[in-house]
Every structure is written in structure tokens, then in C-alpha cells.
Design a protein around this ligand. Structure first.
Ligand code: CP
Ligand code: NVA
Length: 319
């Protein structure tokens, strides 16, 4: 066997799947980030690293994607494997085949599944019925693979996670849920500013607050954007209207209009704050061009890290 193919590492994730930050321990998050840094360094050094030779990842998409699709596909190719893009429009699940049957069938052919879908229950059913690992590429509830890339970016730029303050201004959505739980696990203060009626799921907030209390940090949810952003090391934003909520767009534009991240609001953050956004962004809605295209913005570095953080997940789960 080729020495490169024989490269192994001890398994990090205790479960077979990667579905939420809640199910991932802080130890596992740290170890995955370290693995991601090693894998990124190998790529930049031009070192060949193909531990997934002969492996195939199926990527089911029920919603659009640029970053998730391309970074998972390129990640598999760089690791020596293959990736199949499976649009739900073309699969039989689009015509009513049960997700449980789909899980069992795909388990016969491939080595892992990445899925982007609507209801979180769907990914849970897929994972329960698949004998192969399932990775969350975004559900209405969570976007944990995004958060792994975000943490890698913060580590690279700030040198640590613990003790920093992340301020998320905007909708209490899938990205907010995963950031909030992830920050609490890593000892980062997390402050979310959003209008009444758009707060994150109460159960998730309560869980994150409990985790934060154990880790000497704080989770705060407030309707004041100024309070939320005060002294932030990281200012984070996402769209006001997520995929699947398009019919609510005009109501949301109105509800969120005083939660825009602009030159005035960021004056309350630390001078050396970094601006992050999972992308795609809507300039002059959740963030002004002045901020997202300004000197504190790291959004393209962050998007680039989707590749490296996800390669760590793929190596851990599929090899
Ligand atoms: N951030 C993110 O998940 O981007 P895509 O929707 O383009 O995959
Ligand atoms: N909250 C957004 C994230 C997109 C990456 C959505 O779900 O559409």
C-alpha cells in the first residue's frame, strides 16, 4: 500500500455523524480544528495527502448552494476521493421515496452522505437509517460545518477562541443557533441582537446558557444591537431572509431595518474587530458595503476555510 494511503489518525468524533454543534464536544471541536490546520498546512506545502482514495461522498441538495457544494466536492477530490452531486429534483426522494429507504440504498454504494435540507428531522431520520456517516450541510435548525470554518478562521486571525466576544446581529436562525452553541462550548462570549419575534429557539438558548455557565462565558440575547455589539472581537451577520422564507421577505426587511451592521454600529465594537458573514450577503440590507468590503472584513478568508475545516470532518468520518 502507498505510504500516503496508509496515513491514519485516531478517530475524533465519537458518533458516526456530524449533525449539530450540540452533539459535538469542545474536545472534539478543538481536535477537528487542529486536524484542519494540519491538513491546510499540507496543502499549502504541496504535500500529497489522499487518505480517502477510493471513497465516495454523496451530496444531497434540497436547497441552493455555492460554498458548501464546491468546498465539499473539492475537499473530497483533494483527499483522493469522489463526490456525487445529488439534487433532490433528480432523486426519487423528490417523488416521495421515503428518506429511510434512500438512506439504506445509498449506504450500499457510497461511504458518506452530506445533506442540505429543510426540516432537521429529515437529517435525523437519514442518519438513523444510514449505516454510513451523515454530515449536516445546513438544515433549518443548524449549520455546523459553517461554524467549524468560522472557528478555524478566528483561531488563525485571533490566535484563540476562549475569552473572545462574538456579536451576532440579525435573525435567530440556523447559523445563529450553531454559532451560539459552538461559542458556549469553546468558552467564547456570544451576544445576539435581534428584533422581538426573531430570537433563536428558546430551548437552544437555554441549553447554550447552561453550557456557557460551565465554561466561564456568557450567552446574551437582546433586542439592542448596540448592547450586543459592544466591545465585540468578532461581528457576525447573516441574511435576514433564509432559504425557504422568501415569502416573508418584505415583512423581514421592515422588522430588521434597524439591525443593519454599518459604519455607525461597528463603532461600538473593539477597534480590531473582524467582520464575518457566512455568505451569500445582501449588501445594504444586513450589512453595508462599507463594512463587508472594508478593512476589518474577513469574509473571503472565512469562505476559503470551508474547504479546510470540512476536509477534517471528511477525513475523520470517512477514513
Ligand atoms: N455559507 C454557505 O453555506 O454558503 P452556500 O449556501 O453557498 O453553500
Ligand atoms: N441562514 C441562511 C444561511 C445560508 C448559508 C439560510 O439558511 O439560507
Amino acid at each position: 500500500m502507498n505510504a500516503l494511503m496508509a496515513q491514519t489518525h485516531s478517530k475524533i468524533l465519537s458518533g458516526k455523524d456530524f449533525l449539530t454543534m450540540k452533539e459535538t464536544t469542545s474536545k472534539e471541536i478543538s481536535a477537528l480544528l487542529e486536524l484542519a490546520q494540519n491538513i491546510k498546512a499540507k496543502l499549502h506545502a504541496g504535500e500529497e495527502y489522499k487518505p480517502l482514495t477510493g471513497k465516495t461522498l454523496g451530496m444531497i441538495f434540497e436547497k441552493s448552494s455555492t460554498r458548501t457544494r464546491v468546498s465539499f466536492e473539492v475537499g473530497m477530490l483533494q483527499l483522493g476521493g469522489n463526490a456525487l452531486f445529488l439534487s433532490s429534483n433528480d432523486l426519487q426522494i423528490g417523488r416521495g421515496e421515503p428518506i429511510s429507504d434512500t438512506a439504506k440504498v445509498l449506504s450500499e454504494y457510497i461511504d458518506g452522505i452530506m445533506i442540505r435540507t429543510f426540516e432537521h428531522e429529515k437529517i435525523m431520520e437519514l442518519a438513523e437509517n444510514a449505516s454510513i456517516p451523515v454530515i449536516n450541510g445546513l438544515t433549518d435548525l443548524a449549520h455546523p460545518s459553517q461554524v467549524m470554518a468560522d472557528f478555524l478562521t478566528i483561531l488563525e486571525l485571533k490566535g484563540k477562541l476562549t475569552g473572545l466576544k462574538m456579536s451576532y446581529i440579525g435573525d435567530g436562525n440556523n447559523v445563529a443557533n450553531s454559532l451560539m452553541v459552538g461559542c458556549a462550548k469553546m468558552g467564547m462570549n456570544f451576544s445576539l441582537g435581534c428584533p422581538e419575534g426573531y430570537k433563536p429557539d428558546e430551548e437552544i438558548v437555554a441549553y447554550a446558557k447552561g453550557v456557557a455557565a460551565e465554561n466561564n462565558c456568557e450567552v446574551v440575547v437582546t433586542t439592542s444591537a448596540v448592547e450586543a455589539i459592544k466591545d465585540a472581537d468578532i461581528v457576525y451577520s447573516d441574511v435576514w431572509t433564509s432559504m425557504g422564507q422568501e415569502l416573508e421577505n418584505s415583512i423581514r426587511l421592515e422588522a430588521f431595518k434597524s439591525y443593519q451592521i454599518n459604519g455607525e454600529l461597528v463603532k461600538h465594537a473593539k477597534k480590531d474587530y473582524i467582520f464575518m458573514h457566512c455568505l451569500p450577503a445582501h449588501r445594504e440590507e444586513e450589512v453595508t458595503a462599507e463594512v463587508i468590503d472594508g478593512p476589518n472584513s474577513v469574509v473571503f478568508h472565512q469562505a476559503g476555510n470551508r474547504l479546510h475545516a470540512q476536509k477534517a470532518l471528511l477525513v475523520d468520518l470517512l477514513s
